[in-house]
Each structure stands twice: as structure tokens, then as C-alpha cells.
Design a protein around this ligand. Structure first.
Ligand SMILES: NC(=O)C1=CN([C@@H]2O[C@H](COP(=O)(O)OP(=O)(O)OC[C@H]3O[C@@H](n4cnc5c(N)ncnc54)[C@H](O)[C@@H]3O)[C@@H](O)[C@H]2O)C=CC1
Ligand SMILES: O=C(O)C(=O)COP(=O)(O)O
Length: 595
């Protein structure tokens, strides 16, 4: 089974997180008379909370016109370039979406200042190291990027820098423009016969490698602990170890992301393992190089030259020693800056942001699991079921709360079932009844964990063509507002299935029921004796309340549970009459509208 957002499943399909009691506020003074009101379900977006009809989209860095046009069809676009951090915090309060490139720092303070309004941050490019992803997730804000449209541009810039470096193009140009003619000073080195070492063999790295072979490098090697050897082989690239890479490369082209693991990965120790006279090209992120160490390596002649498109701090400080050196070529973070790439990126990010604002799953979500379209399509009917059962179960809990949630999927898929979406919806159904949190696919696991709610998942085999035959939710508590909801495992349990495309409640505790999980549901428990059903119907009919469906389950010892679907919510006065009816021992009501 997969793990998601840091929660781990064991081989038995268990998902573990922390544990504590989740307390519920009492909702009825009379313990026998249980009136449980549920707020009506809002339209249920899978990822982002619903944005207003015309969302405000704040764009803080230059974005291609085609993207702006697309965004303008769906919302009010506000361009505000060069904002200070304080100004950004001010502007963000009225924005539903924020579109940035690499210069805008989207910090914890920005998410806090948005006070929950910001639904999506769109990074018009690849690197999201300028976005506080943990904070985004905590605030239920989706982060999407545009990971493909600038790949070629970045690779081409890498190749441009390799060539420029080997033949001193930039330095020689500056020299000529300064009125000099220094032919012997700018003798370069040939690429032919050299080894190109690509560090980070992802989208950009592999495109650099592909082009590198055409330039005449004797060999192209790559270091990437996560790359596929098959893909490398297909491009004629040999994947090597870190040590081999450092020992063999003549030209190092850096293409790894900035992560805690790669921060300063090119340091004194790294440079000391390189061949004397190595050349380094960085079109990835400035932070992967320890800049002070690079200065030392250049001074020592270990690194002959460097070409840097990116810096630890951008723009680099005027006194950054690397910038002024003749053996270092600098460009101002131009990797993605071609007309074609910027046009492509603008459309790629606009599409992702618009779909996220509509509550759809974005394929390029950075801080939410990517649920493939085919998985989404087959799980879609069960999403409403998961949400509805979560809501139903939590409304049956007594005032002492519950400790954990067992979700049991009856599925022909066994442990191969991708449960991320369903789990998130169960958590949403539960938590939105007891907190003010806005729960979505982005933050569901985190919010559950933060509340100390342990989620345990298991699958049981089932027959049939459907991906799921039933779903059971059991809450770790025997303190309930409706004692019939206690299952054999001494937990409050509800079970359901999808019929047609509608969610149905099929069991409460040990009682089989059969009713559409929709609208207002009244549960009564009684001795199975003549007159009870008609008495309840009469009380409701007197108030003009229509019963749209009914289901009665009776045990051999005449214990019965009746479930009624009502067209409108009974008043307190009507409900107060129910405990007085002969045979009724308890009742509960919940309102549940599943879209
Ligand atoms: N200068 C610019 O304007 C641009 C810079 N970039 C930067 O280029 C980098 C690569 O972008 P993409 O290729 O699109 O990303 P990618 O995600 O496709 O590739 C990154 C590769 O780095 C590898 N990697 C991760 N940790 C590593 C480590 N410790 N050592 C070696 N490899 C490691 C990954 O396995 C992956 O294959 C990113 O940092 C991105 O922000 C991308 C576009 C433009
Ligand atoms: O896409 C990336 O990761 C880049 O570094 C491009 O940055 P930019 O959008 O040009 O500020």
C-alpha cells in the first residue's frame, strides 16, 4: 500500500499516525433525544476550496500574455510586480490565487496574511524552493507548477554556457568592446575528447545530456540516485556513482533541485575530489553550490572556470566575489527566459491554476498527491460515499469523542487500491463536523495528524467489477448518541455502498439498513411491535413532513432500527414527541446532503 504525506502503512495495509482522544461538544441536553445538525454539504472540490465566481488572481512576476489572457477569462487578474514582502502580505489578503516565478518568496507570513482566502499558488516554472510548502499544506493551499514548458530553454541555456565557457565568449566579447584585441589571452579548450558529467538526470539534465553527445563530448555520464538506468542507457548516458562522477567529469552541468539534501552539495570536499581544471555550469539553483568554497576551488585551480545562471542570493550582492571574476561567467537567471518557454509556461500555469480554482485535481500539484485521471474517474462515485459516511459516523459519537478511525475498503483490488482520495474524503467528512478546518486533499492527512486522529486503513477482499464494493467507517469509541450504532467490534460503525451512482447507507452498527445517504435521516430504535412505524409516520405527517424512503431492520429478539429519509428537517417540538411514542427507546437524526 502507498504512503502519503508522511503517514506510513505497514505491509498489512495499516496507516499509522498519532493517537489521542478527539472530544466532541455535547449537542443535546437530553441524552435520549439526539438532535444532530449537520451543516449542508458545500459543493465538494477535491483539492482546493471553492473560489468565488470571479476569483482574484494576483500575478507578482512577469507572465506571458497568452497565460494572462487565459486567466482573465476566469478571474480578475491583478499584476503587481516587485512587491516588498510587506506589500505582498497586504495584497494577498484579497487574492484567491497567486502566480509567481522565482523571485517572489511565498513565506509562512504570506499564508498567514491570506487568512485562508488563498486557494492556490501557481509557480510559472519548475523550482518551488521559494514557496514554503509546509505552510501551504497547513493552510490547505494547493501549490502547482509548470514543470515542462521551460525544460528545453533551461537545457539550451546550459549548452550555451558550456560553449561560452570553453571558448571564453563572454570575456572575449567584453574585451573587444573595451577596445582590446587579446587573441592569445582567450585561447579556449575543446569539448571533443572531454567528459560531460550531468548532475541531476531529470527533465533538464537529460536534455542537456542528449545535446551533449551531439557536441562531441567523448562521453556523457550522469549522477542521479533516483534516475532510471534504462532511460540513461537509451540516451547513451552512463549513470555513475557520486565518487565516479567527481573523478571523471571535465564539465559538470548541474541540474538537481534545491532540497535539504542538495543544499551546498558542491563544497570544499566535493571540489577536492574533482580533476584539476574541471569546469562547472549551474543552471539549477545557486544554493546547491557553497559559493565561498567555489571561490576557494577557483583560486586553487581545481575549478578552472564556472558559468553561473543562479546564485545563493538573487540578484547577487555587489560584492559577491564570484561575479567580478574573469574565470566566472554570469547570467541573471535566464535559463527559462526564451520567448517560447515563457509563452508555454504562462499557459501551463494558467491552466493549472484555473482548474485548481474550480476544485479540480491539478496534474502538476506539488503539495498534494497526484491522483491519476483514471484512478480519479473510477473512484469518483465513491468520493461522495466516503464523505457521507464520515459525516454520518461522527454525528453518532457521544460527548467523549473518539480516538481513531478505521476505514475498511471491501475491494477486488486488495492492497493495490489507491485510497488517498477516499481517505481524504472520510477525514473531511469527520473533521468538518467538529472543527472549522477547511479540509481538502492537500491537507486532510496533516489536519488529522495535528488533531491526534489515528487513521487505520485495511482492505478486505470482495468480488465484482466495481473498484469498491463497500466502505466501512468505525470510530474508536463506544460512547455514542445512538447505541444501535455500536458494531461487533465495540466501535461506532457505519457502512455503505454506491448504487447506480448514489451513495447508500447499508449498515449501522449491526443493523442492516438501506437508504440513500442524502438529505435528512432519522434513525429510531424500538421493540419490533405493531404500531411503531405508523406512530412515527403520524407525528411527522402532522407537521407536513414527507417520508421519502424507509428501511427497517429487525433482529431475532425483536430489536429494530428504522431509518427514515425525510424531505425536511423536523422542528425541536416534533422531535420531542418521538421518545414518548410506545416502543421507541432512542433516536438520532442527521442532515446529510451529498452532491
Ligand atoms: N535557471 C533556470 O531558469 C531554470 C532552472 N531550473 C532548475 O533546474 C533544476 C532541474 O529541473 P528539472 O529537470 O525540470 O527537474 P526534474 O525534477 O525533472 O529533475 C531533477 C532531477 O534531479 C534529481 N536529483 C534529486 N536529488 C538529487 C541529488 N541529491 N543528486 C543528484 N540528482 C538529484 C532527481 O532525481 C531528478 O531526476 C531545478 O532545480 C529547477 O528549478 C529549471 C528550469 C529553469
Ligand atoms: O523554472 C525554474 O525553476 C526557474 O528557475 C525559472 O525561473 P524564472 O521563472 O525564470 O524566474
Amino acid at each position: 500500500m502507498q504512503s502519503w504525506n508522511g503517514q506510513e502503512r505497514s505491509s498489512r495495509g495499516r496507516l499509522a499516525s498519532t493517537s489521542s482522544q478527539v472530544r466532541l461538544a455535547p449537542v443535546a441536553s437530553n441524552p435520549r433525544v439526539t438532535l444532530i445538525r449537520a451543516s449542508r454539504l458545500q459543493a465538494m472540490p477535491v483539492v482546493a476550496v471553492m473560489a468565488p465566481e470571479r476569483p482574484t488572481i494576483l500575478v507578482t512576476e512577469k507572465l506571458g500574455e497568452p497565460g494572462i489572457e487565459l486567466l482573465s477569462q476566469h478571474g480578475d487578474v491583478e499584476k503587481a510586480y516587485g512587491l516588498t514582502p510587506e506589500e505582498l502580505c497586504e495584497r494577498i489578503a484579497t487574492a484567491d490565487a497567486l502566480i509567481i516565478r522565482s523571485a517572489t518568496q511565498v513565506t509562512k507570513e504570506v499564508f498567514e496574511a491570506s487568512k485562508g482566502r488563498l486557494k492556490v499558488v501557481g509557480r510559472a516554472g519548475v523550482g518551488v524552493d521559494n514557496v514554503d510548502l509546509a505552510s501551504a499544506t497547513e493552510h490547505g493551499c494547493l501549490v502547482v507548477n509548470a514543470p515542462t514548458a521551460n525544460t528545453v530553454a533551461a537545457a539550451e541555456h546550459g549548452i550555451a554556457l558550456i560553449c561560452a565557457l570553453s571558448r571564453n565568449v563572454a570575456q572575449a566579447d567584453a574585451s573587444v568592446k573595451a577596445g582590446k584585441w587579446e587573441r592569445s589571452k582567450y585561447v579556449g579548450v575543446s569539448i571533443v575528447g572531454k567528459t560531460l558529467c550531468v548532475m541531476g538526470f531529470g527533465k533538464v539534465g537529460s536534455e542537456v545530456a542528449r545535446r551533449g553527445t551531439g557536441l562531441g563530448f567523448a562521453s556523457v555520464i550522469a549522477y542521479d540516485p533516483y534516475a532510471s538506468a534504462v532511460k540513461a542507457q537509451a540516451l547513451g548516458v552512463k549513470l555513475v556513482s557520486w565518487e565516479e562522477a567527481l573523478a571523471q567529469g571535465d564539465f559538470f552541468s548541474l541540474h538537481m533541485p534545491m532540497t535539504p539534501q542538495t543544499k551546498g552539495i558542491f563544497n570544499d570536499d566535493t571540489f577536492s575530489k574533482m580533476k584539476k581544471g574541471a569546469r562547472i555550469i549551474n543552471v539549477a539553483r545557486g544554493g546547491v553550490i557553497d559559493e565561498a568554497a567555489l571561490v576557494r576551488a577557483l583560486d586553487a585551480g581545481i575549478v578552472a572556470q564556472a558559468a553561473l545562471d543562479v546564485f545563493q542570493k538573487e540578484p547577487p550582492a555587489a560584492d559577491n566575489p564570484l561575479v567580478g571574476r574573469e574565470d566566472v561567467v554570469c547570467t541573471p537567471h535566464l535559463g527559462a527566459s526564451t520567448a517560447e518557454a515563457q509563452e508555454g509556461v504562462s499557459v501551463e500555469i494558467a491552466e493549472a491554476v484555473v482548474s485548481a480554482l474550480k476544485g479540480e485535481l491539478a496534474a502538476t500539484a506539488v503539495n498534494a498527491p497526484m491522483v491519476p485521471a483514471e484512478v480519479l474517474a473510477e473512484l469518483q462515485p465513491f468520493v461522495a460515499l466516503a464523505l457521507g459516511l464520515g459525516r454520518a459516523a461522527v454525528q453518532l459519537v457521544g460527548s467523549h469523542g473518539f480516538t481513531d478511525v478505521h476505514i475498511t475498503y471491501a475491494t477486488p483490488r486488495g492492497d493495490d487500491l489507491d485510497t488517498r482520495l477516499l481517505r481524504a474524503m472520510v477525514i473531511k467528512g469527520i473533521l468538518e463536523q467538529i472543527t472549522t478546518a477547511n479540509v481538502n486533499l492537500v491537507n486532510a492527512d496533516l489536519l488529522a495528524k495535528n488533531r491526534g486522529l489515528r487513521i487505520i486503513e485495511s482492505t478486505v477482499p470482495a468480488e465484482g467489477k466495481d473498484v469498491l464494493s463497500s466502505l466501512r467507517i468505525a470510530l474508536g469509541s463506544s460512547d455514542t448518541r445512538f447505541s444501535a450504532a455500536i458494531g461487533k467490534d465495540k466501535r461506532i460503525s457505519v457502512m455503505g455502498t454506491v448504487k447506480g451512482s448514489a451513495p447508500y447507507l447499508t449498515r449501522i452498527g449491526t443493523f442492516d439498513v438501506d437508504l440513500s445517504l442524502d438529505g435528512i435521516i432519522l434513525l429510531t430504535r424500538q421493540k419490533d411491535q405493531p404500531g411503531v412505524i405508523s406512530a412515527v409516520s403520524m407525528v411527522l405527517a402532522e407537521e407536513g413532513i414527507n417520508i421519502s424512503f424507509m428501511s427497517v431492520s429487525v433482529t431475532p429478539d425483536n430489536d429494530a432500527v428504522m431509518a427514515l429519509g425525510l424531505d425536511q428537517e423536523p422542528t425541536q417540538e416534533v422531535l420531542a414527541k418521538l421518545p414518548n411514542l410506545k416502543g421507541i427507546t432512542e433516536f438520532a437524526m442527521f442532515s446529510e446532503k451529498v452532491l
